[in-house]
Ligand binder design. Structure first.
Ligand SMILES: CC(C)[C@H](C(=O)O)[C@@H](O)C(=O)O
Ligand code: SF4
Length: 467
């Protein structure tokens, strides 16, 4: 048998039917659902009089639209948000799927809740009507976003029509420097490959620096595979993975655990397997980074200066000029001189407990800059609870941060957590598009530790100065 990649193995194990042109029908193991991309899909089922095919494999949670202020326990004020969240409440009940409602402590961002509850397991196919489904690839699961019509298809059939992508390997060798995190890795990769570098591929991340990451760090890396253009990101499961999964509410137990482990241990890329594209980056060469523009590929070490548009090639010259203008920056300006007024710590990229610990470590005993608006939005109610138990919430509050309830929040500003025109935010999320965090708002993406450093000094800051 010819050697296979991890992606090949998971793919082959899920193909239910293959047409002559290579289009496949893939079996789906987990379908995650949120309030924004599911209403029409459920409506479609209702109209067709169809049930959800596998309600026991379908998990819903409201996250994008939910307010994150404590008053949400009294109901959602914004009518648009309320309609979507109430529709999900009703659909979950009518169709009998697993559900974590707004005021359940397990509620949170769907990509944080899935792994936390043990729904996401190695070797699975995981889909969700959401691009950051790539996050779940950290477990060695084939996980990607789907559109609303596909959501309906999966609800109805538990299958998805797909063509196979190509294989790409991203290897991060060696050790990371102090102050460098999973977020810096994933941004640095996009800086190297560009946002189109992964188009048509499923990426497998490997190498010593990836192996040494915790599960949470691995989720951060895979989360942004999508910003690198890839269909999905994957990391082969190992002891770190099994350790994380074991004992979670929906993880297999007893004899089922043993059987699962037998399969999971086969989930690695065989020696000599073919990759269509290979990118290698030395871990030692990665610095704490920050984005300067309006694309995730506009990323540089914090020690760098804002680039000159003429330094780019072809069509990128204009894009860079526009980015710099929109961001209100000057070419040649030191990134560490850029003043910010807002800090957002949260999102499915960096809203987990280790992210909060990393930020709190920098903030301990310090205050945020006068006039700074800073908020922490834990990725789930359980992350929030854990952070309170560990005393992290107190560190944030004493420093001057708002301590919020779980949701997507200012990552995409669908709820009232928004930037005002011209406001500049240091954000631990994954997208810095124009107006992403509120119309006219400006976003610099960075790691949680870097966000904390910026909150203290009031400018983009090299976290190593505060370590
Ligand atoms: C709302 C949803 C469709 C969207 C996505 O798919 O990514 C959101 O999660 C985002 O991050 O922009
Ligand atoms: S946290 Fe942000 S990126 Fe993640 S699912 Fe929510 S809106 Fe999308």
């Amino acid at each position: 048998m010819s050697p296979k990649t991890l992606y090949d193995k998971i793919w082959d194990a899920h193909v239910a039917h293959e047409a002559d042109d290579g289009t496949c029908l893939l079996y789906i193991d987990r379908h995650l659902v949120h309030e924004v991309t599911s209403p029409q899909a459920f409506e479609g089922l209702r109209m067709a009089g169809r049930p959800v095919r596998a309600p026991e494999k379908t998990i819903a949670v409201p996250d994008h639209n939910v307010p994150t202020t404590p008053d949400r326990v009294n109901g959602i004020e914004n009518p648009e948000s309320r309609i979507q969240v109430e529709a999900l409440d009703k659909n979950a009940k009518d169709f009998g799927i697993h559900y974590y409602p707004v005021n359940d402590v397990r509620q949170g961002i769907v990509h944080i809740v899935g792994p936390e509850q043990g729904w996401t397991l190695p070797g699975m196919t995981v889909v969700c009507g959401d691009s950051h489904t790539a996050t779940h690839g950290a477990f060695g699961a084939l996980a990607h976003g789907i559109g609303t019509s596909e959501v309906e298809h999966v609800l109805a059939t538990q299958t998805l029509i797909q063509k196979k992508s190509k294989n790409m390997k991203v290897e991060i060798t060696g050790k990371l420097q102090p102050g460098v995190t999973a977020k810096d890795i994933t941004l640095a990769v996009i800086g190297e490959t560009g946002t189109a570098g992964g188009t048509g591929y499923v990426i497998e991340y490997c190498g010593e620096a990836i192996r040494n990451l915790s599960m949470e760090g691995r989720m951060t890396v895979c989360n942004m595979a999508i910003e690198g253009g890839a269909r999905a990101g994957l990391i082969a499961p190992d002891e770190t993975t099994f350790e994380y999964v074991k004992g979670r509410p929906h993880a297999p137990k007893g004899a089922q655990w043993e059987a699962a482990m037998d399969w999971w241990k086969t989930l690695y890329t065989d020696e000599g397997a073919h990759f269509d594209k290979v990118v290698t980056i030395r871990g030692e060469d990665i610095a704490p980074v920050v984005t300067w523009g309006t694309s995730p590929e506009d990323v540089l070490p914090i020690t760098a200066t804002v680039p000159h548009p003429e330094d780019f090639e072809g069509g990128k010259v204009d894009a860079a000029r526009r980015s710099i203008e929109y961001m209100g920056l000057q070419a040649g300006q030191k990134l560490s001189d850029v003043e910010i007024d807002t800090v957002f710590i949260g999102s499915c990229t960096n809203g987990r407990i280790e992210d909060l610990r990393a930020a709190a470590e920098i903030l301990k005993g310090k205050k945020i800059k006068d006039g700074m608006r800073a908020m922490v939005v834990p990725g789930s109610g359980l992350v929030r609870m854990q952070a309170e138990e560990e005393g992290l919430a107190d560190i944030f509050k004493e420093a001057g941060f708002e301590w919020r309830l779980a949701g997507c929040s200012m990552c995409l500003a669908m709820n009232p957590d928004q930037l005002q025109p011209g406001e500049r935010c240091a954000a631990t999320s994954n997208r810095n598009f124009e107006g992403r965090q509120g119309r006219g708002g400006r976003t610099h993406l960075l790691s949680p530790a870097m966000a904390a450093a910026a909150a203290i000094t009031g400018r983009l800051t090299d976290v190593r100065e505060l370590m």
